[in-house]
Design a protein around this ligand. Structure first.
Ligand code: NAD
Ligand code: 6OD
Length: 487
């Protein structure tokens, strides 16, 4: 069954009042997937009002345990309709079925379960204090929902990243208005049906489609009825949203771009380092905020590492998502492909040695209209080249040798970004020493994208503001109100 993209406001699907709509394309073939309604002021207003009404009504009044039970039903609802979510995510993104079925859809369900369980077990602080008259006083904190949360999400892991915010927001008792990426409207739409079936009251989960600037995204962030904004996307978009949030002094949580390094030491298990680095560079066609784009390899193993990574990259098989041999999907859109190809050209202009790739693969006629691109590895560029400084968000990386641990740490940190890094070494002391010096929100040692949802997630420097995950999500999605009682 295919999904028709529509807004989901106050528990009902609607094409909205505006006559504006835009086309959604399948990046595998270039074929049209149909039209998506573009929301405007009227739809954003209706969605925010519905959210506020639900907050004042059934959702706000509901006991935590009951809320948690409903969120478990949402998770079960996603699992029960796994194949429909999978089909919707694949037609929007073109990612291999093996990837979406192992990562995107299961995480969509887990994001509700984990936070539903967490909120049931979190207490709040309490302090007894002396008073001059000797009777004393007690302080305790009430943890209350922040209110109406705007959730603005990107296209690379649509269901996973949207529910990563909707799950904890709802678990904490907030209501949400989601503006999914214009590139990937389908799974957010389908989730509306699951919410209704699970018994989530109308108005708790709302979706308005559209673009960012001068469209639903910007209108949502500027709406005075929104209490806080949680956003995943590019750093430049984060800057625009922060400006909007300043109006009314609204809180923000930002997960932004990266230019993530990998450090490969000569004492690493090279086979594991190659296998992990192949995934960290090329998974989801390099369209993961955590993707590795800069690789620093200790000189004695540099040539061997480059040769083995090249061999691995050349085994990647672009193709239709459902084919079992497919290990590489397309980029999300022709616009994004033009951007990534401009970096491929830039690398050549800057004098890179192209180890592999650098162009567009030949695809069978049925897939020729898709957004295909070759996995690409470069060496030989300077540290100041745009290839080593700007986020490309494609299946590509630059590899450079280093001689000392000190130099490796300095190179890794030489970036305005600070989302994540990977360290490959079998030396335990070095692993801890280097990790402590990484200017990044997340460091993976001998692994990549291994996630425990109770841990903090977020970026340092220009890669984000705040942390989500586990109790850190609860910090953002709730507010503490202290009560002081004199005895
Ligand atoms: P994007 O910033 O272009 O768009 C993200 C969302 O913001 C979309 O829904 C878009 O419509 C909306 N938007 C754009 N301009 C807006 C505005 N002025 N006001 C309100 N909303 C606006 O990002 P993208 O291209 O969809 O995603 C790729 C980017 O996301 C990359 O930079 C990647 O690193 C980043 N990302 C970061 C993380 C993380 O956890 N740090 C995770 C995934 C993606
Ligand atoms: O695993 C997560 O919770 C998470 N936020 C992943 C982000 C991936 C970025 O593309």
């Amino acid at each position: 069954m295919s999904v028709e993209a529509r807004h989901f406001i106050d528990g009902k699907y609607t094409a909205g009042d505006s006559n504006r709509r835009f086309k959604n394309f399948n990046p595998v073939t270039g074929a049209s997937l149909g039209f998506v309604p573009e929301g405007g002021e009227a739809e954003i207003d209706a969605a925010v009002s519905a959210a506020r009404a639900a907050l004042a009504g059934p959702w706000g009044d509901m006991a935590v345990a009951e809320r948690a039970e409903l969120l478990h039903k949402v998770a079960d609802g996603i699992t029960a309709r796994f194949d429909e979510f999978l089909a919707a995510e694949i037609s929007d993104t073109g990612k291999p079925k093996s990837l979406a079925s192992h990562i995107d859809i299961p995480r969509g369900a887990a994001n509700f379960k984990v936070f539903a369980d967490l909120v049931k077990n979190v207490g709040s602080e309490h302090f007894s204090m002396p008073t001059p008259d000797g009777t004393g006083a007690v302080n305790y904190a009430l943890r209350v929902p922040k209110g109406v949360i705007a959730v603005i999400s990107p296209w690379n892991l649509p269901l996973l990243l949207m529910t990563w915010k909707v799950g904890p927001a709802l678990a904490c008792g907030n209501c949400v208005v989601v503006k999914p990426s214009e590139e990937t409207p389908l799974t957010a739409t389908l989730l509306g049906e699951v919410m209704n079936k699970a018994g989530i009251p109308k108005g708790v989960y709302n979706v308005v489609h559209g673009f960012g600037p001068e469209s639903a995204g910007e209108m949502l962030t500027r709406h005075p009825g929104v209490d806080a904004i949680t956003f995943t996307g590019e750093t430049a978009t984060g800057e625009a949203i922060m400006t909007a949030a300043a109006n009314g002094v609204r809180d923000v949580s930002f997960e932004l771009g990266g230019k993530n390094p990998a450090l490969v030491f000569a004492d690493s298990d090279l086979e594991k380092a190659i296998e992990g680095t192949l995934r960290s560079v090329f998974a989801n066609c390099g369209q993961v905020c955590l993707s590795t784009e800069r690789i620093y390899v200790e000189r004695p193993i540099f040539d061997d590492f480059v040769a083995r990574l090249k061999a691995g990259a050349e085994k990647l098989q672009p193709g239709a998502p459902g084919e079992s041999a497919t290990t590489l999907g397309p980029l999300i859109s022709q616009t994004h492909r033009q951007k990534v190809l401009s970096y491929y050209q830039r690398a050549r202009d800057d004098g890179a040695t192209v180890i592999t790739g650098g162009g567009v693969p030949e695809m069978p006629a049925a897939l020729a209209g898709g957004c295909w691109i070759e996995p690409t590895i470069w060496t030989g560029l300077g540290d100041e080249s745009a290839i080593n400084r700007e986020e490309i968000f494609g299946p590509c990386c630059h590899i450079r040798p280093f001689d000392t641990e000190e130099e490796a740490v300095a190179l890794a940190n030489d970036t305005p970004y600070g989302l994540c890094c990977t360290v490959w070494t079998e030396n335990l002391s070095r692993a801890h020493r280097v990790s402590a010096r990484m200017e990044a929100g997340l460091t993976w040692v001998n692994c990549w994208f291994l996630r425990d949802l109770r841990t903090s997630f977020g970026g340092a420097k220009q890669s984000g503001i705040g942390r989500e995950g586990g109790v850190h999500s609860l910090e953002f999605y709730t507010e503490l109100r202290n009560v002081c009682v004199k005895l």
